[in-house]
Design a protein around this ligand. Structure first.
Ligand code: NAG
Ligand code: NAG
Ligand code: NAG
Length: 208
């Protein structure tokens, strides 16, 4: 009995020590072989970019979550992007075209167009990493969980580093959308001035 327990303890402690080895650059910059089902809710954990966008994220630190639902047309999905910032909540609905490791914009005929975002490899089991190919080069780590482990975050930092991009900015993890401030509550708040000046300066970044 003692021996069995002992073996079990050793196996358990070994399995907690044996974290999956972090993937190396070569691997981290490859698209995924097979993308997971994107349907459902994802929480944005951190972003990195090749430009100053991150600085903006740091200044107005928002939280993001997306809810993805498949539409009737093949490969077409709708997503609701929900953002919370200084207690205020905003949402936006868009559609995209998903083809395994590529995410395209979709036109009114449900056809894909443009240069796709690419889903990159990640060692995190319930995460996706998207790499934008737009004017705004944006690397985003999303997870089914609101919080990920330090090792998972570290891998994302390595991934950004592999691209030569800035150290990722971890986003706000307050995804509680049940306590959003209303318009009335906004009035007369000091925060509000900061928020609107932030938006005025950085507005286009979070626009289309
Ligand atoms: C595009 O897809 C939507 C949702 O699936 C559908 O309602 C619409 O009729 C489709 N449009 C065309 C032109 O096929
Ligand atoms: C989106 O925001 C509006 C207020 O701007 C709110 O009424 C609506 O319920 C929100 N939708 C979702 C899906 O959260
Ligand atoms: C997530 O991480 C934040 C910051 O480290 C912490 O305050 C929060 O309690 C964590 N939430 C969960 C659900 O672990």
């Amino acid at each position: 009995m003692m021996k069995t327990l002992c073996v079990a303890a050793v196996v358990l402690s070994l399995s907690s020590v044996c974290q999956p080895a972090p993937l190396a650059c070569e691997k981290l910059l490859q698209p995924v072989d097979k993308a997971p089902d994107l349907s459902g809710r994802w929480y944005a954990i951190a972003i990195s970019s090749s430009c100053l966008l991150q600085l903006v994220a740091k200044v107005i630190l928002p939280s993001f979550q997306v809810e993805i639902t498949p539409k009737e047309a093949p490969n077409v999905y709708e997503y609701i992007l929900k953002m919370k910032m200084y207690g205020h909540c905003v949402n936006e609905t868009e559609r995209f075209f998903h083809d395994n490791n590529k995410i395209f914009d979709v036109d009114s005929e449900n056809a894909s167009y443009g240069v796709p975002d690419v889903l990159l490899q990640t060692g995190c089991p319930d995460c996706i990493v998207t790499k934008g190919a737009d004017v705004l080069n944006l690397l985003t780590l999303l997870s089914r969980r609101k919080n990920i482990t330090a090792a998972e975050l570290k891998e994302f930092e390595t991934q950004a580093d592999c691209l030569g991009w800035a150290k990722p900015q971890v986003l706000d993890s307050d995804h509680d959308l049940t306590n959003c401030l209303t318009e009335e509550e906004e009035d007369g708040e000091n925060d509000n001035r900061l928020l609107s000046s932030g938006l005025r300066t950085h507005g286009p970044v979070f626009g289309e």
